[in-house]
Design a protein around this ligand. Structure first.
Ligand SMILES: *Cc1c(COP(=O)(O)O)cnc(C)c1O
Length: 342
């Protein structure tokens, strides 16, 4: 049974599904996980999350396969990254087993919200932990809530993946050795203004360079870069100062490139100066898997990739088709990549 929803026309918007999973952290330990149908939270006006932005999150998806199975893709990496993010903001981590239990509970309880195979839509899952207890002196909150919610989201590319145009930002996303490598709301709050500027100027996204020297490519507000060289090598930027978020999609694409497609791969510092020499460019993240980039605008100077503005470049297309095939169960996954919800 699935809900009666026009799956193909869904966007990327919040919908309250029937259930969410919660747990609270008090007196040094996590409570049992609980399913609730209440989509609201009730916390202190002085909660750590409200006063000092003490919150971390994750994003992953559940897919319905052609055989009617329900797949999630490498959720152990999301669990581990949530632990890393939590540690950095002095938030008690949710152990991997607890994360996995919450995931199974959530997806099973909301089975009717998982879009049908072939609709292009998927179930987006958002785990998060935030300081719910009161703090006014700057300190970690005394209490926390872990919550995992989900919602159906539409096909990212309606009518095919059209390349986007992005700009080089004058504002920075992440400080060197700051919080750029964790998934925290605070990184997004400070990217909103730069995002508004880019959108007002007609660009889809910002390319951020390393904040210290502005010579190396880092990432966009919510996706990592991959580039394809003219001789077919797959290159992804390595940060000078550990300020790139370790994207699960990007890490998986690099493995797909090397082990399945037999391409050469490299993770290294990418100078902004060398970007015009690449043949293809894409942005990787859970939401779109890969968004092809057609052009990058650097203060009025345009870098146009040979792959053009009509469609994905051939190598990025191959990577995209292979990874989405693995996620949807039509291509055999490397060992341990699929966690089936039964
Ligand atoms: C979530 C995120 C990504 C993409 O990571 P995935 O695990 O592939 O979804 C990239 N950059 C930033 C800043 C992010 O927050």
């Amino acid at each position: 049974m699935t809900k009666n929803i026009d799956w193909g026309n869904l966007g990327f918007e919040y919908t309250a599904a029937d259930y969410r999973v919660t747990a609270t952290y008090k007196d040094g330990k996590w409570s049992e996980l609980k399913l609730t149908d209440d989509p609201t939270v009730h916390i202190s006006e002085c909660a750590g999350v409200l006063q000092y932005a003490q919150t971390v999150f994750e994003g992953l998806k559940a897919y319905r396969t052609s055989e009617g199975k329900i797949y999630t893709f490498r959720p152990d990496l999301n669990a581990q990254r949530l632990i890393d993010s939590a540690n950095r903001l002095v938030i008690p981590a949710v152990p991997e087993e607890m994360f996995m239990e919450a995931l199974d509970m959530l997806v099973k309880a909301n089975e009717e919200w998982i879009p049908p195979y072939g609709s292009g839509a998927t179930l987006y899952i958002r785990p998060f932990i935030y300081g719910s207890g009161p703090v006014i002196g700057v300190a970690p909150a005394p209490e926390y809530e872990f919550r995992m919610m989900c919602m159906p989201v539409g096909p990212y590319f309606k009518g095919g993946a059209k390349p986007i145009v992005i700009k080089v930002s004058d504002l920075d996303r992440a400080a060197p050795h700051g919080t750029g490598n964790i998934k925290a709301g605070l990184n997004y709050a400070m990217s909103l203004h730069a995002g508004e500027i880019a959108h007002a100027e007609g660009f889809s996204e910002n390319m951020y360079l390393d904040a210290a020297t502005r010579t190396c490519v880092e990432e966009t507000g919510g996706a990592n870069f991959i580039f394809i060289t003219k001789d077919g090598k797959v290159v992804t930027p390595k940060s000078k100062s550990d300020s790139i978020l370790p994207s699960v999609t990007r890490r998986s694409l690099m493995i797909v490139a090397k082990d399945i497609l037999g391409l050469e791969t490299e993770q290294r510092e990418v100078l902004f100066e060398e970007v015009p020499e690449f043949a293809e460019c894409g942005l990787c993240g859970t939401a779109a898997v890969i968004s092809p980039v057609g052009k990058i605008n650097d203060h009025g100077k345009e870098i146009a990739f040979p792959s053009g503005m009509e469609e994905m470049g051939p190598t990025i297309k191959k990577l995209y088709d292979t990874l989405t095939g693995i996620q949807m169960g039509t291509i055999e996954a490397p060992e341990g990549w699929i966690h089936e919800i039964k």
